[in-house]
Write a protein that binds this ligand. Sequence first.
Ligand code: ZN
Length: 309
Amino acid sequence: MPTKKLYGGIEAGGTKFVCVVAGGPDHIVDEIRFPTTTPAATLGRAIQFFQPFIAQEQIAAIGVGAFGPLDLNPESPTYGFITATPKPGWSNTDVLGTLRRALQVNIAFDMDVNTAALGEHLWGASKGYDPSLYLTIGTGIGGGYIVNGKPLIGLLNLEMGHIRIPHSRELDPFPGNCPFHGDCFEGLASGPAIEKRLGLTGTAIPEDDPFWNIEADYIALALMNYILTLSPRKIILGGGVMQREFLFPKIRRRVRELLHGYVASKTILENIGTYILPPGLGNQSGSLGAIALAALAMQVDERKDDPRI
Ligand code: ZN
């Protein structure tokens, strides 16, 4: 039996972990999902899942896409840590070090939105489109931007959820719930912002509620900014809020209205229905993205200076 043809992937989310062993999206060998509890119990369970595969030398590398904030600076003493998170018990958790010490295997580490963006770019709805943007709108809002085949990291991680968008207090008196900025994009349009504003979760709000036009408007305003500054060739919208599929046509229509013919691209003027899309990998963007990260880390040796490897 050929050894080390497989990769491990961990989608380390704030509410659940998904661990997978796979060669790619069409070759998933094993998968486990479990709720995120304490760091020791949760990482322990992930380690236990991978141990037999490592013992049999089946896994070449593991990719981890984790919820943040993360320290992704390899020069830093807390590289690979989840840093000051509001999630109880997880502040200053050495995710990367704990996994490396227990599993003794190559591990590539990045933000969850970056790995999801990578998964979609390699195997999903943005396959072959570079640059491309993956945005998650759920418990929080974040974006991963793929340029030249890898997630962009600059001075720090991208924080696309915290941009400012116009907020009419007459139309929407909700002050926003971002602890840092109040009514930034995430403060207005994330799942918890919807729930706090209306007292109902997004899944419980009927499709014909006028609030959804406001929500679609916020998302379209943010997308307009990304389109004008980053010019992605494809935009993928994932996350819990975007499970409400009727939002897609509303968002596409508003994006086109807001741009008002200024971006003279056929893609936007005529084909916006295939420009702004749900994830092609469904709810597996994160875990398969982590597999993609591991595969990429092993394939591209010259990227040894890449901070994520
Ligand atoms: Zn904010």
